[in-house]
Write a protein that binds this ligand. Structure first.
Ligand code: URA
Length: 435
């Protein structure tokens, strides 16, 4: 008989667990036979001793099987998913999902909400008047069949093991472990049922992984897990030392996404979206990454991707006229400029602080229960590498009240900017791809 204290001891001593032991831990924890204190000790042992490739793969499968799994087999065609490990100003799903759908790849996407300094796709979409992200399974499947795309919030019983484990990790200092992060993310991706998955692993001051070496390792582990489960997977390791695009905050990001889907938009955002879309199309068998990138660029420039975004909005009850008239998106009533008190170049940005400033304005939650202000946030005017003169605007901040929140956000954002006399070296946007 397997006993939890023995499993903890085995992992604490750096030994490899059997599949039966891993199943015992996941099942026992979800069903409530294993208490939080034993699970905490187990998670801490994993943090210190790691897991082999086979152990992480099995842990992921056991977690994915702990609740409902979406079966997309009745929907014809290649189903592709993408996942970002989280960042500031990362609105790529709003662009990439309709972009690949406009080119014939099916997108049946379950997305999350933002927490802490990072934003979430579901909150962003809900800033579109009328848009609903709570779709029944039947409606979700029907929509993917009919228009090739649906984006919904995660259903209640998708990977309950991760829900419970993540909440425990959050308060036991056991989040920053590659096997635990990889199994958490990949269990949700496997349960969501797509054939192909493109992972965007962020690294830098606004990301979960602050250094490139750990980001590459995380990417490698996640790609291996996906492949072992029979999925097509590739990962890009990309920069999050600087916010992506200029807008941070829900409706402001939708506005920037519409700009990008119209063939305009910030250069970095467009480039990353094209790269992610190219990898998704290539996994779907539409050609080499270079060929797919060119097709994706065409779909942005001739606005077919924008049209698909309009269809997605209408199908989910939203006001699709926002794609022609983005002024219909909510924008918070008060705005204030952050003005530079020095001249020089922006040497670097503390991107996590930029995310926190947007949260302080009301764009994010400090706790799960907070209600966010969908029209709040900030639009940067200057980013790393830009020349700034004293008195020039660095960013414009939007909030529904002028008092403490605005003052705290201004202070926080000012501290996020670091200046130098010399222009800093250009930083790469895409560090590498892991196939
Ligand atoms: N995102 C997840 O879903 N899980 C983690 O552990 C970290 C980031």
């Amino acid at each position: 008989m397997i006993r939890m204290p023995d499993v903890i001891t085995k992992k604490k001593n750096g030994k490899k667990l059997t599949n039966e032991e891993i199943d015992f831990v996941v099942r026992g924890y979800v069903e409530g036979q294993i208490p939080d204190y034993q699970m905490s000790a187990f998670l801490m042992a994993v943090c210190f001793c790691g897991m082999t490739k086979a152990e992480v793969s099995h842990l992921t499968k056991a977690m994915a099987a702990s609740g409902d799994q979406v079966d997309l087999r009745t929907i014809p065609g290649f189903k592709a998913d993408k996942h970002s490990t989280g960042g500031v100003g990362d609105k790529t799903t709003l662009i990439v999902a309709p972009l690949v759908a406009s080119l014939g790849v099916k997108v049946a996407k379950m997305s999350g909400r933002g927490l802490g300094h990072t934003g979430g796709t579901i909150d962003k979409l809900e800033s579109i008047p009328g848009f609903s992200t709570a779709l029944s399974t039947d409606r979700f499947m029907k929509q993917v069949r009919e228009i090739g795309i649906a984006i919904a919030g995660q259903t209640g019983n998708l990977v309950p093991a991760d829900k419970k484990m993540y909440a425990l990790r959050d308060v036991t200092s056991t989040v920053d472990s590659i096997p635990l992060i990889a199994s958490s993310i990949m269990s949700k991706k496997l349960a969501a049922g797509s054939n192909g998955i493109v992972l965007d692993v962020k690294c830098g001051s606004g990301a979960f992984m602050k250094d490139r070496k750990s980001a590459v390792e995380l990417a490698r582990v996640m790609v291996d897990i996906g492949k072992a489960a029979g999925r097509k997977v590739s990962a890009l390791v990309t920069d999050m030392d600087v916010p992506l695009g200029y807008a941070v905050g829900n409706s402001l990001e939708v506005l920037e996404a519409i700009e990008t889907l119209s063939g305009r938009g910030p250069e970095d955002l467009r480039a990353l979206c094209l790269e992610l879309a190219a990898h998704m199309l290539s996994l779907a068998g539409q050609g080499s990454v270079d060929e797919c990138r060119a097709r994706a660029a065409e779909a942005l420039d001739n606005k077919t991707a924008l049209e698909t975004f309009g269809k997605l909005i209408a199908a989910q009850g939203g006001d699709a006229s926002v794609i022609k008239d983005p002024k219909k998106l909510p924008v918070a009533k008060f705005s204030k400029k952050l003005v530079s008190d020095v001249s020089g170049y922006v040497r670097r940005m503390d991107t996590e602080q930029v995310g926190i400033a947007a949260s302080l304005l009301g764009a994010g939650r400090m706790t799960k229960e907070d209600v966010i202000d969908l029209g709040a946030g900030l639009v940067l005017q200057k980013k790393t590498g830009d020349r700034v003169e004293k008195g020039e605007t660095l960013a414009v901040l939007y909030a529904s009240e002028q008092g403490e929140r605005m003052a705290a956000a201004l202070d926080c954002l000012r501290k996020a900017y670091h200046f130098s006399e010399k222009k800093p070296k250009n930083q790469k946007l895409i560090y590498e791809s892991v196939e």
